[in-house]
Design a protein around this ligand. Structure first.
Ligand code: PH2
Ligand code: MG
Ligand code: MG
Length: 196
């Protein structure tokens, strides 16, 4: 991936052409038809910039939340948000809008949901200055990603060498060290619907 900062075109247009922004999005669902929800979410995300990689589909035991909720489907995609979505705040707003369009209803924290789209990280070649006070949702990388096998395993499918923070561990290293009980590849029939 290009990381060398702004490039300049050789033509007459003097405006800088910034190298692509890359975002990683975690998808989760455990109500109705979770695989359909994840597939629909990827289609919606792809309308706002190319989805360049998608992980395997995982079947995962719920972590936290009320007892007895159904198992989750989880996945991670790499996304190149087009301007104006190529900032953390705009990408997050776009993902929340897609959640709402797909029928997400927020009842209780970590409760069952039709779709959950979490921005794991967003890498911009020339990042804008960080706002001095950012709400927790915009903290990147996502503050709980490194402790969740249902995030790290699919993330390692699409971006094993991505590092969480400038001097942080790679996604692959974190994934290989985490307890992966409760996280399995989805069955083939389910995975085939995800691959499309
Ligand atoms: N999301 C949560 C809380 N618990 N458990 C699994 N297995 N998968 C999730 O996506 C998930 C969860 C909060 O967003
Ligand atoms: Mg979540
Ligand atoms: Mg969420």
């Amino acid at each position: 991936l290009p990381t060398s900062g702004a490039r300049f075109t050789a033509n007459a247009d003097p405006r800088p052409v910034s190298a692509a922004t890359v975002a990683y999005v975690a998808l989760g669902a455990n109500l109705d038809d979770p695989t359909l929800a994840l597939t629909a979410a990827v289609a919606a995300i792809a309308r706002l910039g190319p989805v360049t990689a998608r992980s395997h589909l995982y079947l995962t035991a719920p972590v936290g939340g009320p007892a007895g909720q159904p198992p989750y489907r989880n996945a991670v995609v790499a996304w190149r948000p087009a301007p104006p979505w190529a900032t953390p705040a705009a990408a997050l707003a776009a993902l929340l809008a897609i959640e709402r369009a797909l029928g997400r209803q927020r009842r209780e924290r970590w409760g069952p949901r039709r779709i959950d789209l979490d921005l794991l990280d967003l890498i911009t070649p020339a990042p804008a200055a960080a706002p001095p006070f950012a709400p927790p949702e915009t903290l990147l990388p996502h503050p709980r990603a490194h402790e969740r096998a249902f995030v790290l395993l699919p993330w390692a499918d699409v971006a094993p060498d991505h590092r969480l923070g400038p001097s942080g561990c790679s996604v692959a290293a974190l994934a290989s060290a985490i307890d992966r009980s409760g996280v399995a590849l989805a069955l083939a029939s389910d995975a085939a619907r995800w691959r499309g």
